[in-house]
Design a protein around this ligand. Sequence first.
Ligand code: C2E
Ligand code: MG
Ligand code: MG
Length: 742
Amino acid sequence: MSDGNGLFVFDEEQEIDSSTIVRKIKVLTVEDDLNYQHALTNSLIEIKLEDNCEIEVLTANSVSQAALVLSFHPDIALTFIDVVMEDDDSGIRLVSTIREVIGNADMRIVLLTGQPGFAPEQQIMKSLDIDEYWNKSDVSAEKLQSIVTSNLRTWKYITQISSARKGLQLVLDASRSINSKHDMRSFSKAVLVEISNILNVTEGGGIMCSTQSDGELVRAHISSANGCFDGFEGKLVDNNILLPEIYTDFKRALDEKRHVFSEHHTVFYFCNREITVESYITIVQSDNKISEQNEYLLKVFSENVSTGFSNIALLNKLTELAYTDVSLNMHNRNWLTREIKNMNLHEQYQTRLLVFEVKQFEEKAFTFGHDFCQKLLKEVYKNLIAIFDGYSARIAIINNSSFGLLINANFDMTDEMIASLIRQKCIITSVKQYADLRILDLALSSVLNIVPEKIISIAESSLSDSHSTSLTYIKHTQEKTDALTSRYSLMARLRRVIGAGSLQVALQPKMDLVKLTPVGFEALARWQLDDGSFVSPEVFIELAETAGLISELDSVVFDKVLLTIDKLSDIGVNLPVAFNASAFDLVDPDYCQKILHKLKDANISPEMLELEITETQAISNYDLIRESLDKFMALGIKVSIDDFGTGYSSISHITEIPANTLKIDRCFINDIESNANNQYILEMIVNLAKRFNFSIIVEGIETREQCEWVKTIGCNVAQGYYFSKPLFFDDLIEWLKQYGKV
Ligand code: C2E
Ligand code: MG
Ligand code: MG
């Protein structure tokens, strides 16, 4: 290896002390005058160079001979060329060949002439890429010494710069090549190839290995290998694989946590403890001696490799995190999704997804706390692993209370097995507990055209759809998939329709039964599909609630309600319009404020509005909703409790509900003339309502008889098809004409 101070860097053949190595610098003379050439050669040999360098003189006596020598010795440093040889311009042609045809720009060229007038110096120096031009008679031995030393020094710098440029280009290309690899295997393979390129290794080779051990017993697995190490992948590094001196340096690199460079091998040590406990070691054995310059290049390259290792280790860690439930230390939903994604059609046909849901998990979490539930899940996981041991099952936790398990489609779920699955014994902090589970069994062949992300959702929905049944082992069917997918697709369409604000609003009149005149309207959302048909609000309101879209939907409807009030007022109809709010809206502490802002912006008075909330929803989150309803009433917006009588606690809460009106559900009206029970309930509600100062409105009046009956018990306001179905604006205007309102 070079001692670091050498002027010239050459490959070396002999293994001797670097201070005694003589480096040959090639100098060529091209001269047809053999006497002159002889003298020149002798003088050149005499010249003493610094740093153990010595001139090796090569000769040629014609242009063609020179071309031959040049092709054998591309590393000639300096050439003396006689201008006039076979022809008057032979020397000049040779210069052009060297520079333009051979493309050697580094070699120094000195032109010599015996007939100075023949080729004037100024003209030659200007037109040719040469370094000096001398009259032969002026070149004394001393002159020659200075010509040679100055040109060789220049050549040295030029070649150093040019080889550094080439080397750095190599490193740049190598870095580019390894940076395009994103997994450890192809990255480490690329690193080995690129190091071999930089070192120009022909008969050596390299290995890449990783280890977590720092101590005496090093267990490093080879992840990739090339050249003379081909075929060692997967093996452990030991001194049978590596030469003893390389093995020693391998251990040294690990002990001292650094790269180790040697004459015929290098050991790179890469580690980033912040990201991984793994250390990566790259060992390259080179048949060529590793020069100082190459060592430098490798150091530069190793910086890129080190960054690359960190990036890939980071990527691996992120990937691992993305597929792991960190607190439970088990695979998560993403992982299971990926497992399904990686299956081909045949494998899907061959696989079943089982979902295990821990029953009453929320209640358990509420009663026993988070820690207990985590332990419970770990126990269930352990049980599942044990029960399915030997059946190549893949298990993951897919939501906070369920596990997903992939297993062969032909797997036989025996009754005993189901029994052991649905009631599992768990020991939690030394106390025996039971975890009750529900199982959904879904053949992946029943969800073939569905993206893997949705397959798990379908399984979950299928399981929750059957919550009302007491079944604990539920088989999913193709029909269920069809029903669920059409529901999902409707949900997606609803999301778009709400986003575009293109839901419509229909108005249903509320009638004063005594005066037989409209006293207000209820705004009801309408969703018309492209084919002209309407989706029932019973369907899409529930969908919006499930998809978390209900507040957005209500907001779209509310904006249209304000526009409608404005349009009605323009034609002289100043009657209040009721809008339906959901519990999701009312639990938002800012909801009332948002409504108020909109009212102010539209310049509409609060008396023109009424809020309807179903009794069931009003009771659902009673404290929060009561606060919200109070605010509305304080603002002068009337509140009606919709579908009154269908909720359980209606009567008991009647004194506390902040509302102006009770809107009696149409289920009491259907058969009011004949159903004594309903007559009794209705009368009781009306009496109570009067006692507590509520107004009453009855919904669902379809016949004159129903209308008469409710009037007799003192209900004076009603809504129903008997008067009008919900109408779009233009139809409403027509309808209003009969009452002389427009
Ligand atoms: P609701 O607020 O109790 O509305 C009354 C429902 O009864 C309306 O059904 C109306 O068309 C229907 N109806 C009225 N008179 C009669 C009648 O004489 N006979 C019969 N059989 N039905 C009658 P619709 O429009 O299908 O709405 C259903 C429910 O959807 C509404 O019940 C309401 O709870 C909800 N909803 C509608 N629009 C909205 C909205 O914008 N936001 C929210 N959150 N819910 C809405
Ligand atoms: Mg309503
Ligand atoms: Mg109602």
